[in-house]
Write a new protein. Structure first.
Lengths: 422, 554
């Protein structure tokens, strides 16, 4: 009933202020570009989150056990880095000098929804506040610094991310299908002349409401329509067209839907988008038949995509500016159940990440012999996101305010993982 | 500046407050639902509210805006009471009406409209269980309960009583869904009823105590102890989920849920920040309840809180929420965070309305009549040069010297599009229409986000929202010109003989007003310049439906 006007709109208006600076004239536009050029080239940092929905059995991927009851069916293999991983990730093994694994995640939320929330936001669910997913935090922090970006600063490919919480809908993930389709972006059966006609009439109506002096909302409306129309006609929309890439590149990523999503993510980042989340197509909730599913479907698909993305980013000189994080909402039980499956497990599991200047080729932390406990220091999602924030150049002392004015620390107050940022 | 203004408001009203308190006590006025007041201006309560609000204008050297014209006002009051814009016919009738009581009459007509029940059912279902219905919670059951309450105009405190004490099957007793929606997880966990405690106090008492769960709030007058005392009233309940096997797939699926009694006796134990454990007994408004297992705690709480409402806190919470509904800003911000830490902008207005609302028997329709007949509610949403500072969206304390622009809610947009285009009139039966509505709401929530704390309003300002309005199915269908639709009617109606008449009709149908001269000229140019008449009218209507003015209640 009340119409809350919190941070979201104010922040949104500051976006508008930035973009209207750019608008007035071509001359102005150019001089702005020059001013920004240095800053823009400095700030191409970005993050790609590869989300393994359902909770991946990281004990069979990144932290294999042998000779114990909890050991799976797979063998560890040596890699280009200083750690071993699963034999069914052979391509990834070849680029493992660039990637690292944190083997000591301990995240206590073993319910899908709660875990998904916790891993995305670095906060446990709480009835008093809705926290922003980390992509929204990046959008909020880095979006305004990229005035040349005509498409949203947080893109979710294949859906499945979380919302912007108290950061407001202006930082919500912009969802696109894996095939690059954007809902409602096409004005069907509308030729250029007619579109112009519509927009001209719209402008008449909007201007007269704005002139009637009713505050800032009517102006904000017109500005967002301007941005939406820009989007519909922007050259940057090409970034969504993964199928424009040469076959060779597509093969590099495995030629799958997942590969195409990752190609799209790379194209988006090249365009200046600071955060892209890619939903892995296919579930990892392997309560049964875990080994066959991994060997036959999930791992080969993930392997080619992850390795392809790493190679491609390196070849293009984007590796040091791009962080990759690959994880789901939790790991899976070391114990193998009667259906040859593994159940939900949040106490000791692994996340794979790399790029963005983070140390590659190492395993951080360790679990005990059967994988049920962490030996030594363990990490929370906040530490992971603090590491990413560090890599992206987002100051860790940033505090956001919830709608109720409560201060919220960046990444749940986590600390960057030392071994990775050294 | 804000500080000094608040100080002004506070000090000036304080004297009056004392006078009124005596007045209100000596002359309790009791009204019933049917006593529709027709001579609105003479209602002493409304006169009092008007005086108070005027006083604040004077204190802050602000001049009120003009009275809204009838078209602007009818659109606003329709959106506020029945949740959608008026039809073109309704506007024409209203504009032609020369009666002096036409605004009061319109309010009464809207209160009797089926849309009133539908709108408030939607508003309260969203508040009680959220737009995204929690698992094993029945929106249908919740809505059935609310529909009945609003149809009969049940006293608000009785509705609260039922929501607090409900027990049973989620469709047989729809009231249970409110509490069911707040319960999940293990019923033996200490925090099982924490969400329910937070929601009950926020919705029905207008206080935010959720933070006091863990610590004494630095500003709030609620202490941690009080949170757990309140929580202890809610301990004797749990949800029971029933599952069944789907005969088609053989899989286990959700069947239904119940809210049932759970044995609980003695205090609730909670941990202070210092680590010390404390005990909290069921205790509310100076009334201690026997903590024995035989006491029905929820009923005891409901008796004191809803039936007796000793400090009129339940009445006050509703008054503030209602005020916020009609003006866009409540008498405190937010409407559900009242207390000494957050003094109201017009203390005497809220006090007096609260007392009278309680005295009326918690009559919601009467409360709406009072609010909609205040002078402030009649004003236009246009600023003038003497009230530019009255801009609560910029953080100022609201003075109500002009109407504030409210972006449409999801439901207002949907219902208004249906009115503007008559899209349903053309196709399908009630059930199909409901299914389409649900489907659209799902898509809408995806794009607009939606938890009840941060209302998805059409216009939180994102590109997907604009794209949906420009290119989405709903607007496209609305704009297709199919038989039965507004567009089709306008083009085929024999009474509309010329383009200007048709253009006028489209403006009335969407924006609820006639076009300005410039708008009429530009529209005419668009129509005349196009070889395809239908296409040209489609383009015009598309522009009207996509405009800022259409999606704002002003």
């Amino acid at each position: 009933m009340s119409h809350s006007r919190g941070m979201s709109r104010r922040h949104f208006l500051s976006h508008l202020a930035t973009s209207s600076l750019m608008a007035p004239s071509a001359v102005h536009f150019l001089s702005n570009l020059e001013v920004h050029a240095a800053e823009v080239s400095k700030n191409r940092k970005a993050c790609i989150l590869i989300w393994l929905q359902g909770g991946a059995p990281t004990i069979d991927m990144w932290d294999l056990k042998q000779g114990v009851k909890t050991a799976g069916e797979f063998n560890p293999i040596s890699t280009a880095g200083d750690l071993q991983i699963c034999e069914h990730l052979p391509e990834t093994a070849k680029v493992m000098d660039s990637l690292s694994v944190v083997r000591s995640m301990s995240t206590r939320e073993a319910d899908h929804e709660r875990g998904r929330y916790y891993m995305h936001t670095a906060y446990v669910p709480n009835p008093t506040v809705v926290h922003p997913t980390f992509g929204s935090v990046v959008s909020y922090e880095l979006g305004p610094q990229r005035p040349d970006l005509e498409i949203p600063a947080f893109i979710s490919i294949g859906g499945g991310s979380f919302g912007p919480g108290f950061l407001g809908m202006a930082n919500a993930p912009f969802v696109v299908q894996a095939n690059g389709q954007i809902t409602n972006a096409q004005m069907q059966g509308m030729d250029e002349r007619r579109l112009q006609q519509r927009l001209a009439m719209l402008s008449v109506v909007e201007e007269s409401f704005i002139k009637s002096d009713r505050g800032e909302l009517p102006v904000a409306h017109k500005d967002v329509y301007g941005k939406a129309i820009n989007l519909m006609t922007s050259d940057q929309m090409k970034a969504f067209k993964a199928d424009e890439e040469p076959q060779q590149t597509r093969d590099l990523y495995g030629g799958t839907d997942f590969g195409n999503s990752l190609i799209m993510a790379r194209r988006l980042i090249e365009t200046g988008v600071p955060f892209v989340e890619v939903q892995f197509p296919g579930g990892w909730d392997l309560h049964q038949d875990v080994f066959n599913s991994l060997r036959d479907q999930l791992l080969p698909n993930l392997d080619k995509g992850l390795a392809g993305l790493t190679r491609d980013l390196k070849e293009r000189g984007m590796w040091d500016d791009t962080v990759i994080v690959c994880m789901g909402e939790f790991g899976r039980t070391p114990r193998i159940n009667q259906n040859v499956g593994r159940d939900h497990w949040a106490r000791s599991w692994s996340v794979c990440l790399g790029g963005g200047g983070l140390t590659g080729g190492i395993a951080v932390g360790e679990t005990n012999e059967d994988g049920t406990e962490i030996i030594g220091k363990s990490y929370l999602p906040g530490d992971l996101w603090a590491t990413v924030a560090h890599a992206l150049g987002i100051p860790l002392d940033r505090v956001h305010k919830s709608n109720r004015g409560r201060p919220m620390k960046l990444a749940g107050g986590g600390t960057p993982i030392e071994e990775l940022i050294a | 500046m804000p500080f000094s203004r608040r100080f002004f408001l506070f000090s000036s009203s304080f004297v009056v407050l004392c006078v009124i308190a005596t007045f209100a006590q000596s002359e309790p006025s009791i009204r019933r639902a049917n006593d529709a007041v027709t001579t609105r201006d003479a209602d002493p309560l409304v006169t009092f509210v008007d005086q108070q609000i005027r006083q604040a204008w004077e204190d802050n050297e602000v001049q009120p805006s003009e009275r809204a014209d009838d078209a602007e006002w009818l659109r606003r009051v329709s959106l506020d009471i029945v949740g959608h814009i008026p039809t073109a016919d309704e506007i024409e009738t209203f504009l032609a009406d020369e009666s002096e009581t036409k605004r009061a009459d319109a309010v009464n007509r809207l209160l009797d409209d089926p849309g009133y029940v539908q709108n408030w059912t939607t508003v309260w279902a969203n508040l009680l269980i959220g737009r995204q219905t929690p698992r094993l919670t029945s929106r249908a059951g919740m809505e059935k309960f609310l529909r009945e309450a609003f149809t009969k105009n049940r006293p608000w405190n009785e509705v609260v009583y039922d929501l607090l004490t409900a027990e049973g099957h989620y469709e047989e007793n729809g009231a249970v869904n409110f509490l069911l929606g707040q319960l999940n997880g293990n019923p033996n966990r200490e925090d099982y009823t924490v969400e329910a405690t937070a929601r009950v106090t926020r919705l029905f008492l207008g206080t935010q105590v959720q933070c006091t769960q863990c610590h004494n709030h630095p500003f709030n007058d609620w202490k941690q102890e009080q949170f757990w005392e309140f929580d202890s009233f809610l301990r004797q309940m749990r949800r029971v989920d029933h599952r069944k096997t789907d005969p088609k797939t053989g899989r286990r699926i959700d069947d239904f849920a119940e809210l049932v009694w759970k044995n609980y006796e003695g205090p609730v134990y909670y941990e202070r920040r210092s680590g010390v454990m404390e005990a909290a007994y069921p205790y509310y408004a100076d009334q201690q309840v026997d903590p024995a297992g035989t006491t029905d705690r929820r009923m005891e709480l409901a008796k004191v809180m809803a039936r007796d409402d000793p400090d009129h806190q339940v009445a006050r919470a509703m008054v503030n929420r209602m005020w916020g509904h009609f003006f866009g800003f409540g008498l405190t911000r937010p409407v559900d965070d009242m207390g000494p830490h957050n003094p109201p902008s017009h203390p005497d207005v809220i006090d007096r309305l609260t007392d009278e609302f309680a005295a009326s028997g918690y009559d919601l329709k009467q409360l709406i009549r009072w609010i909609t007949s205040t002078e402030a509610y009649q004003l236009t949403s246009q600023f003038n040069d003497k009230n530019r500072i009255d801009d609560p969206s910029a953080g100022e304390v609201p003075l109500f010297s002009h109407m504030y622009v409210k972006p449409f809610t999801a439901e207002q947009l949907y219902e208004s599009l249906l009115i503007a285009t008559q899209a349903t009139a053309a196709t399908g039966n009630y059930q199909e229409a409901e299914e389409r509505r649900r489907q659209w709401m799902r898509e809408f929530l995806l794009i607009f986000g939606g938890n009840e704390d941060d209302e998805p309003t059409l216009f939180s300002g994102t590109i997907p929202q604009a794209l949906m309005m420009m290119n989405g199915d709903l607007v496209r269908a609305a704009d297709s010109g199919m038989p039965g639709s507004t567009l089709h009617e306008v083009l085929t109606d024999e009474r509309l003989r010329s383009d200007p008449q048709r253009i006028q009709r489209l403006y009335l149908s969407s924006l609820g007003r006639l076009p300005s001269r410039r708008e009429a000229t530009m529209s005419q140019k668009l129509i005349s310049g196009s070889p395809d008449k239908l296409a040209a009218y489609q383009d015009l209507y598309w522009a009207l439906l996509n405009s800022n003015e259409f999606v704002m209640n002003h």
